[in-house]
Write a protein that binds this ligand. Structure first.
Ligand code: P6P
Length: 335
């Protein structure tokens, strides 16, 4: 039973038995993410003071300018996860290929792979808008002791053993699930401890916030255009409120607390949308469903999609169940 103000460490120990593979490794894995998040949080909060703003000059596999904090966050999570002898492989938005991590004895006997977006929404850094880290955890499916392969990463989202995000906002929070509901922990920066502040988080079944970049309206599929017009119509409980931060973790987090839908659809410019299936949509979809919400590509459940490549994109509709279902209705009926 979750107790308000319980520390994250106590919570993990108390709920150890919930982890299907309760050898304690998954707990240690969540703990290492907690530590890495503290280090990144410290840097993100100081970003305005230290000369760490602005592009690092490189571009990542997405061809996007890498902000120095992107590079820093990527290194912190990789190093922290590597040093804990639990993970046999890592995939990151900032890395072209997956990284193999050998155990101390140079064997591949660690059981888990982690996929992550180390700093999502990083274009907001220079304008002091909240950003986030998104992580997804699977058990490897190839035999222990053999080299990790791409198959260990290309698993459907329904195989995730844990997923979560860190939002570096007005306060820093870790929100995660191991398949037994969603819990949110807020960092007390004075003592560096996370406390259970949002036990058993649930998406309201309905809501009145829609989050989409309407600047792309002319490029949207007809079903999305029809749904946006529906949200704006003076009728019943509408018009809804439009709220779009440009940071998936922040828009998702607000909508989970208040009720709402986030949409990043395919467009004529990006036929598969912008968001990445493996380390953005799958983890957020697991959290959404564990919180009673929904996540689809407009037609099918995100967690059922069989991935084909590490950095593949998918259209993303997620949030309050009834709002996602209504948007899917417009997608299906679009002329
Ligand atoms: P646009 C940030 O780059 C991100 O991946 C999400 O966090 C965010 O919701 C979206 O892209 C913003 O994209 O095209 O609306 O600026």
């Amino acid at each position: 039973m979750a107790k308000i103000n319980q520390s994250l460490g106590e919570f993990i120990i108390e709920n150890q038995s919930e982890f299907k593979y309760s050898s304690g490794e998954l707990s240690r894995l969540i703990n290492s993410i907690r530590l890495a998040a503290k280090v990144v949080n410290h840097k993100v909060n100081k970003a305005g003071l230290v000369d760490i703003l602005g592009a690092a000059g490189d571009t990542n596999v997405q061809g996007e300018d890498q902000q120095k904090l992107d590079v820093f966050a990527n290194e912190v999570f990789i190093n922290t996860l590597t040093n804990r002898e639990i993970v046999c492989g890592i995939a990151s938005e900032e890395e072209d290929h997956f990284i193999t991590i050998k155990g101390r004895n140079e064997k591949n006997d660690n059981k888990y792979v982690v996929l992550m977006d180390p700093l999502d929404g990083s274009s907001n850094i220079d304008v002091n808008v909240s950003v986030g880290t998104i992580f997804s955890i699977y058990r490897r499916i190839t035999p222990e002791g053999t080299p990790v392969t791409i198959e260990d990463f290309l698993q459907p989202g329904s195989n995730q053993v844990a997923a979560g995000y860190i939002v570096y906002g007005t306060s820093t929070m870790i929100v995660y699930t191991t398949g037994h509901g969603v819990n949110g922990f807020t960092l007390n920066p004075a003592i560096g401890t996370y406390y259970l502040s949002h036990p058993n988080m649930k998406f309201p079944e309905n809501g009145n916030i829609y989050s989409v970049n309407e600047g792309n309206y002319v490029h949207f599929p007809q079903g999305v255009k029809d749904y946006i017009k529906y949200c704006q119509k003076e009728e019943e409980d509408r018009p809804y409120t439009s709220r779009y931060i440009g940071s998936l973790v922040s828009d998702f987090h607000r909508n989970m607390i208040k009720g709402g839908i986030y949409i990043y659809p395919n467009t004529s410019k990006d036929p598969n949308g912008k968001l990445r299936l493996l380390y953005e949509c799958n983890p957020m979809a697991m959290i959404a469903e564990q919180a009673g919400g929904k996540a689809s590509n407009g037609f099918e459940r995100i967690l059922d999609i069989q991935p084909t490549t590490l950095h593949q994109r998918v259209p993303f509709f997620t949030g309050s169940k009834k709002m996602v279902e209504k948007a899917e209705e417009f997608m299906k009926n679009a002329k």
